[in-house]
Design a protein around this ligand. Structure first.
Ligand code: SER
Length: 316
């Protein structure tokens, strides 16, 4: 049985991953850790929870020993848009935090999952069907920290045998917890506004295609990669994974099928456009499919219909 620590447990991914991990491995085997003081009752009451700062190595080691942890999900990160406002802090958290995690994992023999991102690619990357192994010269601090994080994770595997694994997540769409300062956040906000106001003002123009994924698929990917047979893995850090690619127009048209009066307008944010344009339009995730059987469950139509149902319930 695994004993798992999730760092960043109250964030967009963590708040859903912890629940799924607790279902699979047992509530008492999955420890949530976060710096956020305002975490949900569900997270604190359905299993162990610890106040943790990714920079506080000593406290993390205490928790690792207390719960006999053998697997760490390190979800702590500043996203792309907010990272551009405080690049030095983004580096400290994204890379300093990962370095701490890897060192702790090396000493205490833990496996480590760290999400990478479409943000690890850059303007010189082939934008369509972006291959698994290709040019990666990102121009955001977030992307730079993700590429460095991939390399550092591979280094810890090759040099010290730490079982590091990772996926490059696309924009993640979810109803439980909002993303915090990413370039793909529009694809979440649009659902809130569609329900509340039947209209949305989008910061990215029509024609901006990006990979996206519904949160249940992201959670599935994070769990399955850590369960994968290591002898079948040719790659480790990190696998392209995707579920769909769309632009704001296509997403709005899908929402309109459920909310006929919905309208989309634009108020372009040049900083976000520059970031989005430097990322792939669509990734090729065949290595993940072949090496560990990755397959998403949700299409654009499934995701839209489920998001609207769940959010209508939440916003009642
Ligand atoms: N969703 C992230 C962002 O927009 C990309 O990984 O920053």
């Amino acid at each position: 049985m695994k004993n798992i620590l999730v760092l960043g447990a109250s964030g967009q991914i963590g708040s859903e991953l912890v629940g799924e991990l607790r279902k699979i491995y047992g509530d008492s085997h999955v420890v949530g850790g976060d710096i956020n003081l305002n975490v949900s009752c569900e997270l604190k009451e359905s299993g162990p929870y610890e106040y943790l700062d990714i920079r506080d190595t000593e406290k993390i080691v205490t928790v690792i020993k207390k719960y006999n942890i053998d697997t760490i999900y390190n979800l702590v990160a500043l996203l792309s848009a907010v990272g551009e406002q405080k690049p030095q802090f983004a580096w400290e958290i994204n890379i300093g935090g990962l370095m701490n995690t890897l060192e702790i994992a090396r000493e205490h023999k833990c496996a480590v999952f760290t999400p990478s991102s479409i943000g690890a690619f850059g303007p010189s990357t082939p934008p369509d069907h972006t291959p698994q192994d290709t040019i990666m010269r990102p121009t955001t601090i977030y992307g730079i920290s993700k590429v460095a994080g991939e390399l550092l994770s591979d280094y810890y595997y090759l040099k010290y045998g730490v079982d590091t694994r990772s996926v490059r997540f696309p924009g993640l769409i979810s109803y439980k917890t909002l993303p915090g300062g990413g370039t793909t956040d529009y694809a979440v906000e649009i659902f809130y506004e569609a329900i509340k106001a039947k209209k949305y003002t989008c910061p990215l123009p029509g024609g901006t295609f990006l990979d996206m994924m519904y949160m249940p698929d992201a959670v599935k990917a994070a769990i399955e990669i850590m369960e994968a047979d290591p002898s079948a893995l040719k790659h480790r850090n990190s696998f392209n994974v995707t579920a769909m690619s769309f632009d704001p127009e296509i997403l709005a048209a899908e929402i309109k099928k459920h909310i006929p009066g919905f309208t989309l307008s634009y108020d372009i944010n040049p900083t976000l456009v520059k970031i989005a344009n430097s990322w792939p339009n669509s990734m090729d995730d065949s290595c993940a499919r072949n090496e560990w059987g990755w397959k998403p469950d949700y299409t654009l139509a499934d995701m839209t219909s489920d998001m609207l149902d769940k959010l209508k319930e939440k916003l009642k």
